[in-house]
Write a protein that binds this ligand. Structure first.
Ligand SMILES: [Zn+2]
Length: 210
């Protein structure tokens, strides 16, 4: 059985690999963002708490995040395993997850800061329809024009260099201790996230023996 957590810097492509794994293993890929949205939609007590905090612009703390993940992992679709993307994001979250269940693999889809910077800086979004593009991997037919609606493309504020630098610094601050923790537990699987999506996927399959 595979109970996987996906780790790695923003822009490493871990979300894409999580989706591939979910399809290949026929288990759910659970992203924290989606857990929050689902809990809010269901209108559960915890979901309502998340909504209150989000509406007020308050950060979702470890305790609430942990309870939300616990609630999600109790759903029946996780009985044959699951992939967590975006959780755990702190050592208290790591310890909480450990108290709930024994994960089998912590996959570290790694990329150098330089490559992460370049990939995120290449992201573009359509002003009109919100479609996402990347001038490196998914360029539009006409430069700066949306393929879907001909809208103008722009760079989101969180894709601008200063913001990306900050996100990478935060990632190392909170992410490095998590990698160290799972490495010591012999659960960490190091994957080079720098080659093409297909090459990364082949390495994931090789190392997980699937
Ligand atoms: Zn568009």
């Amino acid at each position: 059985m595979y109970k996987i957590v996906m780790l790695g810097p923003p822009g490493s492509g871990k979300g894409t690999q999580a989706k591939f794994l979910a399809k290949e293993l026929n288990i759910p890929a659970i992203s924290t963002g989606k857990i929050f949205r689902d809990a809010m939609r269901k209108g559960s007590e915890l979901g309502l708490k998340v909504k209150d905090r989000m509406d007020a612009g308050i950060l979702i703390d470890d305790e609430l995040t942990n309870q939300i993940v616990k609630e999600r992992l109790q759903q029946s679709d996780t009985v044959n395993g699951y992939i967590l993307d975006g959780y755990p994001r702190s050592i208290p979250q790591v310890k909480f997850l450990e108290s709930l269940d024994s994960i089998t693999h912590a996959i570290n889809v790694d990329s150098s800061d330089e490559i992460v910077m370049k990939r995120i800086a290449s992201r573009r979004m359509c002003k009109e329809c919100g479609a996402n593009f990347n001038i490196l991997f998914k360029p539009t037919k006409v430069e700066n024009v949306c393929d879907k609606c001909n809208g103008e493309l722009y760079i989101r504020s969180d894709s601008k260099p200063d913001s990306v630098k900050e996100r990478i610094a935060t990632y190392h601050e909170v992410g490095d201790p998590i990698l160290k923790y799972y490495r010591e537990k012999k659960l960490l699987v190091d994957i080079n996230g720098e080659p093409s999506i297909e090459e990364v996927w082949n390495e994931v399959k090789d190392k997980l023996k699937i």
